[in-house]
Ligand binder design. Structure first.
Ligand SMILES: [Fe+2]
Length: 187
């Protein structure tokens, strides 16, 4: 850690402090957001291998940190040009900060009550392009899709209340009104 920088270790210490002091997701997002931005812009943690992608799923997921109970999970995700992730939730709170390039984020509203197995009604709420240092914060239940419309690999820093393969999250097909488990391959 240099004198003026912000290291991954310092970020993890801040995550522990913030989530130790409150369980209120609005408070957590308000405090974690600016710190995630700071770490995304610092880039002291960034390594060449974080640009590696998985053509099978369209993006590469690289774990930077998780607690032994899978909470406070931090990833860098590398997105292939023209690829993305379908609408999905996270089963926990999520803070995404742009690191390199611009990613289109589309937010959705869910209208059914969740009582029907494998069924979900979604409509698009709004879409925006998240560039370097820009934030997307979602409480538990927030749904978004990500798309890299550029011609090169983009990177973003993702922080979750729980590791995304341990938080029982879902992916959605708005056309089919269907819902299924969303498990990703993590490097
Ligand atoms: Fe996501």
């Amino acid at each position: 850690m240099n004198d003026h920088g912000y290291s991954l270790d310092a970020y993890v210490a801040d995550l522990r402090r913030i989530t130790g002091a409150t369980r209120d997701e609005d408070e957590i997002l308000a405090e974690v957001g600016p710190l995630a931005q700071r770490l995304a812009l610092d880039k002291s943690w960034l390594e060449e291998r974080h640009y590696e992608t998985d053509p099978g799923q369209g993006f590469g997921v690289h774990l930077l940190h998780e607690e032994p109970d899978h909470s406070l999970a931090v990833f860098v995700v590398a997105w292939l040009p023209g690829r993305g992730a379908p609408p999905h939730d996270h089963g926990t709170w999520a803070v995404v900060a742009g690191v390199e390039g611009t990613e289109r984020n589309t937010r959705y509203s869910r209208h059914d009550d969740g009582s029907r197995e494998a069924y979900a009604e979604l409509t698009e709420k709004h879409a925006f392009d998240a560039a370097e240092g820009e934030l997307i914060c979602m409480k538990t239940g927030g749904i978004h899709a990500v798309q890299n419309n550029s011609d090169r690999v983009t990177l973003s820093l993702h922080t979750y209340g729980k590791h995304i393969n341990h938080s029982s999250r879902s992916q959605f097909d708005p056309e089919e009104k269907s819902k299924s488990d969303f498990i990703v391959r993590v490097e």
